[in-house]
Design a protein around this ligand. Sequence first.
Ligand SMILES: Nc1ncnc2c1ncn2[C@@H]1O[C@H](COP(=O)(O)OP(=O)(O)OP(=O)(O)O)[C@@H](O)[C@H]1O
Ligand SMILES: Nc1nc2c(c(=O)[nH]1)N[C@H]1C(S)=C(S)[C@@H](COP(=O)(O)O)O[C@H]1N2
Length: 184
Amino acid sequence: MIAKIGVLTASDRAHAGVYDDASGQAIRDCLAEWLTTKHEIVYRLVPDERATIEAALIELVDKEGCCLVVTTGGTGPARRDVTVEATLAVCHKPMPGFGELMRAVSLKSVPTAILSRQEAGIRYAGAQESDGGALLVNLPGSPRAIRECLEAVMPAIPYCVELIGGPYLETDPAVLVAFRPKKK
Ligand SMILES: Nc1ncnc2c1ncn2[C@@H]1O[C@H](COP(=O)(O)OP(=O)(O)OP(=O)(O)O)[C@@H](O)[C@H]1O
Ligand SMILES: Nc1nc2c(c(=O)[nH]1)N[C@H]1C(S)=C(S)[C@@H](COP(=O)(O)O)O[C@H]1N2
């Protein structure tokens, strides 16, 4: 079985073609480097518009069947930064530890790390346990933030995905060790 993973970039300028989406590409590169489980990236590039972001996130989980969706951009204080609101609106459960950890790690390299309101949460794809769902994780827009943030939370992601009925994600332990308190 191929695990489907959503990558959603919310950026007015990348969407308008002003610059290439380096941040979305950085997410793909990290996942390709760390995951040994076969996976397919389902990619969406959208402007910073809440309704559009919400619709894309719902589609990635409910229609595409992604078990993990990583977003980049729109986590700051600017008026058009609405990815966090969109994420929490479509999630059934917030997972505050992700944002806490990513901000703490980022703060070691940039004082402006605290300007990111990045969050994470769980969206269940249907009413039944067997319907599964996805973990949604927000990353800041800066291309430099991607590896730093994702690397910090990645060790806990495979177990989280497992707990919501998703595929058994495995990583290359030479580059990233996934932590599972209970082995299969
Ligand atoms: N997807 C991306 N690809 C490449 N560079 C990006 C991307 N998103 C942001 N950046 C870069 O990181 C900087 C900070 O990101 P930020 O999200 O604040 O952009 P922004 O000012 O909100 O604009 P936009 O939403 O149009 O990307 C930007 O000025 C840009 O240089
Ligand atoms: N690791 C890391 N985190 C970071 C940054 C960064 O460069 N690296 N940029 C910060 C800045 S300047 C802002 S404004 C916020 C929000 O960025 P966003 O609106 O692009 O999501 O993320 C913060 N978090």
